[in-house]
Every structure is written in structure tokens, then in C-alpha cells.
Design a protein around this ligand. Structure first.
Ligand SMILES: C[S@@+](CC[C@H](N)C(=O)[O-])C[C@H]1O[C@@H](n2cnc3c(N)ncnc32)[C@H](O)[C@@H]1O
Length: 303
């Protein structure tokens, strides 16, 4: 379906989602929906879904193929035939789509109603009326909700749990979603000490009000976007990893709040102490960004 057709439907979803959870199923009480809205209004939470809604306009086949490739590479598989896949904090829905295209049965959820709508939009666009892809609202901090989901062969949560407001509880919660011999793929912001504290203050100011957004944007976007765009143009490297978009990525970094970080060894110890084995690790080499981990649950067999 052409991208031009998506515009009005996404706009409508945006309108609906600002009130209630859009095209996805809703598992939360009204008070929880209000909770999200209140967090945003009080400057405690970035509107991730807004950013993802705009990302959908630049989504194309090349980006989807890159997302698929990133899953295949990190999970060490050629496809996900016969596997169940839960996308915790699905955002745009790109990785749920990638997993579905690799033939997994997919369950997507997100805390931000507009992210849920984006994922619903991709389902509508690429897999309409598909019974093997469920999209709904839910939180990685809601252990009651998670316990009703059961377990999955692949639990995917990329760049999410450090934005929940309680990262270690969220890590503990998603661990329970992994089936025996299943895989857990998480990406968590790297702890850079003082620099991470600096970024936390920047993000807090960015989310406070329009003055914060304007000043933090003016100070940081020249580096986060323009310099990186220039370097990429000069080196001939057109695409970001995982099919992401540089501008959306820069805004996500600048605004992404709540914000927590961990050193790679902290995440490693956390899961190894809980019967998980590290299968694959991709660090951001001490720089800002995410460290990526694939763990398997208590078995040498993997998928
Ligand atoms: C940076 S985006 C990452 C999206 C996607 N996983 C990806 O890799 O592109 C973070 C997402 O986490 C979601 N999120 C934040 N807190 C959450 C929570 N408690 N439960 C589920 N999703 C949450 C946000 O709404 C947002 O869509």
C-alpha cells in the first residue's frame, strides 16, 4: 500500500489514540490510560508514539528488510517458522512486522497508545485480518498483565525497558515471558557515568515544556543529527542499522524519557544469576547507545 494512503488513516488513529487505545486491544483500566497521559503532561514521559507515527511515513521495503536481517543475525536463525514472538514495547511495529514476515506468531504490546496504533497500522497495511499477529496495549511493568500472556519462544524488547521508569523490575518481568529453551533479545542503554547523568538532565528539560524542547533541540541537534548526517554522507553510509531513520533516531534519543542505563556486565550478571546463558552480545563500545544481548533460558539448545 502506498505511503500516501497511510497518512489519513494514521492521522485518524492519532486522533483516536489521544483519547483511547486506537486500533489495538486495550488491557489497561481507564486510570492507566490517563496515567500515561498524565505522565506526558507532567513532563515525565516522552511521546514515543508521536515520533513513531512520523517514522511510518519513511518506512519502506529497504528498511523492513534491514529490520528482518537484524533479527536473523542476532537470533542466529533463517526464519521463525513455528515460533512464538512477543514484542515488548513494539514502538512503530517494525520488528513485529519483521518477525511476522519471518513466519513467527507475533504478540505486540506497548504502553503508549499511539505506538500501539502504529503497530496496528503496520498490521493493517501488511497483514490485514491476520490471526497470527495480535496488537494490544500493555506495560512491561504490569506483572498481572504479563502473567496472562504465557511464555514465548522469542522475547524481544529493544530499547524499551530503560524507558519504563523501573528498568530492573521490567527486566525481571520480561524474563518470565521466556519459554524453556527460548531466547530473550534485549537492548539497554549503555552506562557512561557522568555523561549519562548529563543526558538524563537534558531529556528531563526537553520533556518539561516547549522552551525546554526548543533550547535542548537547538543545543544538541546540530551534533545528534546534522553532524552525523554529514559524516554519513561523506562516508557514503546511507542507512542506520535496523532500518531506523537518523532524524527520528535523534529525536528519540533527545526526548527518550524516563531514562535509565546499565553497564553490560550488570545486565549479564542479572540474567546469568537467573539461569540464562548469553548467546550473543553487541556492545556500543563504550559510546552512547544500546548494548544488545541475546540470552537463552537454561538450555544449550537455543531455538
Ligand atoms: C525507543 S522505543 C523502541 C521501540 C521498538 N522496540 C524498536 O526497537 O524500535 C521505546 C518504546 O517503549 C515503549 N515503552 C515505554 N515504557 C513501556 C512499558 N512500561 N511497557 C511497554 N512499552 C513501553 C514506548 O512507548 C516506546 O514505544
Amino acid at each position: 500500500m502506498g505511503e500516501g494512503i497511510v497518512f489519513p488513516s494514521l492521522f485518524l488513529l492519532h486522533e483516536r489514540c489521544s483519547v483511547r487505545g486506537g486500533s489495538g486491544r486495550t488491557n489497561r483500566e481507564d486510570s492507566d490510560v490517563d496515567g500515561h497521559q498524565k505522565e506526558v503532561e507532567s513532563g515525565q514521559r516522552f511521546r514515543f508514539g508521536d515520533n513513531w507515527a512520523r517514522f511510518l511515513y519513511v518506512l519502506n521495503e529497504r528498511r523492513i528488510a534491514m529490520a528482518e536481517e537484524s533479527l536473523k543475525q542476532m537470533l542466529g536463525v533463517e526464519n521463525l517458522v513455528g515460533k512464538t514472538f512477543v514484542d515488548v514495547g513494539s514502538g512503530s511495529g517494525l520488528f513485529s512486522l519483521a518477525a511476522r514476515r519471518l513466519h513467527a506468531r507475533v504478540h505486540s504490546f506497548d504502553y503508549d497508545p499511539l505506538s500501539v496504533a502504529c503497530t496496528g497500522e503496520l498490521r493493517r497495511r501488511y497483514f490485514p485480518d491476520d490471526h497470527d499477529w495480535l496488537v494490544e496495549e500493555g506495560s512491561a511493568l504490569d506483572s498481572g498483565y504479563l502473567s496472562r500472556l504465557g511464555t514465548f519462544d522469542v522475547v524481544y524488547s529493544w530499547g524499551v525497558l530503560h524507558h519504563t521508569g523501573d528498568m530492573w523490575s521490567a527486566l525481571q518481568n520480561v524474563r518470565r515471558l521466556v519459554a524453556q529453551n527460548g531466547l530473550l533479545f534485549v537492548a539497554i542503554y549503555n552506562d557512561q557515568g557522568l555523561l549519562s547523568k548529563y543526558w538524563k538532565s537534558v531529556k528531563r528539560l526537553y520533556n518539561r515544556n516547549w522552551v525546554g524542547r526548543l533550547t535542548m533541540g537547538a543545543v544538541h541537534l546540530p551534533y545528534l543529527y546534522f553532524l552525523r548526517a554529514l559524516v554519513r554522507a561523506l562516508s557514503g553510509k546511507r542507512d542506520l542499522d535496523r532500518g531506523m531513520d537518523l532524524w527520528r533516531d535523534a529525536l528519540d534519543w533527545l526526548g527518550g524519557f524516563p531514562f535509565e542505563v546499565a553497564k553490560p556486565e550488570q545486565v549479564f550478571d542479572f540474567f546469568c544469576d537467573r539461569d540464562f546463558v548469553l548467546r550473543r552480545l553487541k556492545t556500543c563500545q563504550g559510546r552512547m547507545g544500546c548494548n544488545e544481548f541475546v540470552f537463552s533460558r537454561n538450555s544449550n539448545e537455543g531455538l
